[in-house]
Design a protein around this ligand. Structure first.
Ligand SMILES: *[C@@H]1O[C@H](CO)[C@@H](O)[C@H](O)[C@H]1NC(C)=O
Ligand SMILES: *[C@@H]1O[C@H](CO)[C@@H](O)[C@H](O)[C@H]1NC(C)=O
Ligand SMILES: *[C@@H]1O[C@H](CO)[C@@H](O)[C@H](O)[C@H]1NC(C)=O
Ligand SMILES: *[C@@H]1O[C@H](CO)[C@@H](O)[C@H](O)[C@H]1NC(C)=O
Ligand SMILES: *[C@@H]1O[C@H](CO)[C@@H](O)[C@H](O)[C@H]1NC(C)=O
Ligand SMILES: *[C@@H]1O[C@H](CO)[C@@H](O)[C@H](O)[C@H]1NC(C)=O
Ligand SMILES: *[C@@H]1O[C@H](CO)[C@@H](O)[C@H](O)[C@H]1NC(C)=O
Ligand SMILES: *[C@@H]1O[C@H](CO)[C@@H](O)[C@H](O)[C@H]1NC(C)=O
Length: 260
């Protein structure tokens, strides 16, 4: 009974946020310069991100080998105070969830933080620190039509986001023969449109793997994130309305050919 209730409330079940990816490698010592610099960043970056129109901030503090690089980004639909609060929690909980890790990424529903002793800002788009959560609940529609609907939904939304100045877009898909779905896609706002689109391609491949008939999935990365659900989970009106029946049948073939 308790489990059933939990599943209803928490379709992603099992682990809720925050989700962390801790490095296995280098550790800092208690009372070290690294920790001092990290603490300094934790007192400045949440405010910097919250006061940026794109809710994004990066910074680096300290001199090598104790330099700490950090990237913070809030979900594009939340307000500045919610953004600052989310990132402050991420800094605090991050240090508990990844004790003494020099390198960690923390994901919440509405913000993400990554910090490292390496200047990952210049590394390739993508990176290994993905968080993937799949709903355990299923639509009654077939897996094939779920794949076609979800693929149409995430492709259109990702294209709008990559082409927007904030690299952020939300949407709703309406189809007479399928339940309504909502989607949110976001890149780091200073990626080029092309790098953003290429990050979304990796994220959508991960999302479509093991998609089955799931009513929701989220893929969060340090460069881009995407999520769809049958419930409206973001604030404000959807920025894009998609009519799925407009998708030509040839599209479905392409999806299946490219889904490996
Ligand atoms: C840490 O190690 C575990 C198991 O050895 C591995 O699954 C995980 O991917 C590693 N994490 C990183 C960030 O490399
Ligand atoms: C604010 O966001 C822009 C990208 O939208 C970025 O270029 C800039 O560096 C950010 N500001 C700070 C303080 O990080
Ligand atoms: C980083 O921490 C070290 C050790 O406490 C300190 O000497 C240095 O000034 C810090 N860097 C900055 C930019 O505050
Ligand atoms: C910001 O969003 C939070 C959460 O939705 C809400 O509780 C708060 O009232 C909002 N603050 C402002 C200033 O709009
Ligand atoms: C689902 O799509 C695959 C690949 O095109 C096809 O082989 C299969 O017959 C379809 N299944 C149904 C139930 O339509
Ligand atoms: C979605 O995009 C992929 C390429 O990223 C493409 O192969 C596929 O056909 C697209 N699907 C739809 C429904 O537009
Ligand atoms: C991208 O946006 C511009 C206007 O900002 C528009 O002219 C163009 O058609 C859009 N491209 C796509 C692929 O949506
Ligand atoms: C993104 O911003 C960071 C710091 O604000 C900068 O170092 C990096 O080069 C920027 N990336 C792009 C693609 O502009």
């Amino acid at each position: 009974m308790v489990i059933l209730l939990l599943l209803l409330v928490l379709p992603f079940a099992l682990a809720g946020p925050p989700w962390q990816v801790c490095s296995n490698g280098s550790k800092y010592a208690p009372n070290s310069a690294y920790l001092e610099n990290l603490t300094l960043l934790s007192s400045t970056l949440p405010k910097k991100a919250a006061s940026n129109a794109t809710l994004f901030a990066t910074d680096a503090v300290g001199v090598a080998p104790d330099t700490v690089f950090a990237v913070t980004l809030c979900r594009g639909d939340i307000n500045a105070s919610a953004c600052e609060g989310c990132l402050s929690s991420a800094f605090q909980e991050g240090q508990q969830l990844c004790p003494y890790s020099k390198d960690a990424t923390i994901y919440y529903d509405t913000c993400m933080l990554t910090f490292s002793n390496k200047n990952f800002v210049d590394t390739n788009v993508g990176g290994p620190n993905w968080n993937i959560q799949r709903s355990v609940l299923k639509f009654t529609a077939s897996a094939n039509s779920t794949r076609q609907m979800v693929s149409t939904l995430i492709n259109s939304t990702a294209q709008s986001a990559a082409n927007s100045s904030r690299r952020f877009w939300t949407s709703r898909l309406d189809d007479s023969s399928f339940p309504t779905m909502y989607c949110l896609t976001q890149c780091r706002p200073n990626l080029t449109a092309g790098d953003c689109a290429s990050c979304f391609r990796s994220a959508s491949q991960m999302m479509l793997q093991d998609l089955d008939r799931r009513v929701g999935c989220r893929v969060q990365g340090t460069w881009c994130s995407m999520r769809y659900e049958a419930n409206k989970f973001f604030q404000g009106d959807p920025m894009l309305l998609i009519a799925a029946s407009a998708a030509p049948p040839e599209v479905e073939k392409n999806v299946q050919q490219h889904s490996m």
